[in-house]
Design a protein around this ligand. Structure first.
Ligand code: FBP
Length: 251
């Protein structure tokens, strides 16, 4: 088993995701959160267990800065924009070796299971897992079932399938969407077996709603969250970070 201790604390995970500039574009940002430096500050002050960047931001804001000593990096190896319509394919844009040079303690890769390009991504992810494990770092799979035949990607069955795909393909951690209830999410965690599960944050919702989801994720056996917009789009990012931390680490 790959050691997860560099990106967890007492076996729990709280990751701050900031790859939305590529995935969604600047429409996710405002004056408070367009600057990667401000997100690094939130990650450090909010005591996240790791930050998630694409390679460009990692190179310019992390690799040669003192952040490297303060917070572990999860480097996202593939990505796409929302400008391209049609079946989803997220090509690999960074190698595991490059990620390690940039200071990564783990790597991440999005799999659009169900897309016409599923097989390409499965092949790439196979190589990512091999290289990550050769270097003794964890590989995290963002598993997002997507494509013309996926009607709803947050059902009990689809989310559990996403979790199982992560296990089957060798991921150490599966990052999956919420499937609507504690019971549903527990089934996904069970289907993930020895692959650990973190919640994928999603659109900004009220603090109460988000904290309720985090609570259910933890009760269902998840190890934590990888959250972006629900923290840095919040008017009080450190306050919500503190509350998320409380749910993950003390309840
Ligand atoms: P959020 O918490 O902001 O949803 O971030 C999680 C994440 O997986 C990001 O890493 C990624 O950029 C985004 O969601 C992808 O979202 P989408 O579902 O629109 O593809």
């Amino acid at each position: 088993m790959i050691d997860l201790s560099k990106i967890t604390e007492n076996g729990k995970a709280m990751y701050l995701a900031y790859d939305q500039g590529l995935e969604h574009g600047p429409e996710d940002f405002n004056a408070n959160n367009f600057d990667p430096q401000s997100i690094l500050d939130i990650a450090v002050k909010g005591k996240f267990t790791a930050i998630i960047f694409q390679k460009g931001i990692a190179e310019k804001y992390y690799a040669n800065s003192d952040a490297r000593r303060k917070i572990p990096l999860i480097l996202k190896l593939n990505g796409k924009t929302k400008l391209h319509k049609g079946e989803s394919y997220s090509p690999q844009v960074c190698e595991v070796e490059e990620a390690i040079k940039l200071g990564a303690s783990a790597v991440g890769y999005t799999l659009y299971a169900g897309s016409q390009f599923e097989s390409e991504m499965f092949k790439e992810f196979g190589k990512v897992v091999r290289e990550a494990h050769k270097n003794k770092i964890p590989a995290i799979a963002w598993v997002y079932p997507r494509g013309k035949d996926i009607i709803n990607d947050t059902t009990l069955e689809i989310v559990a399938y996403a979790a199982r795909i992560a296990l089957e393909l060798g991921a150490d951690i599966a990052k999956i969407k919420y499937s609507g209830s504690l019971e549903n999410f527990r089934w996904a965690v069970q289907c993930a077996g020895k692959t650990k599960v973190v919640l994928s944050g999603g659109n900004k919702v009220s603090d109460e709603e988000f904290l309720g989801v985090v609570k259910n994720v933890m009760s269902a056996g998840g190890i934590g969250v990888a959250v972006g917009r629900n923290v840095w789009q919040n008017s009080a990012p450190l306050e919500i970070a503190r509350k998320i931390r409380e749910v993950i680490f003390t309840n």
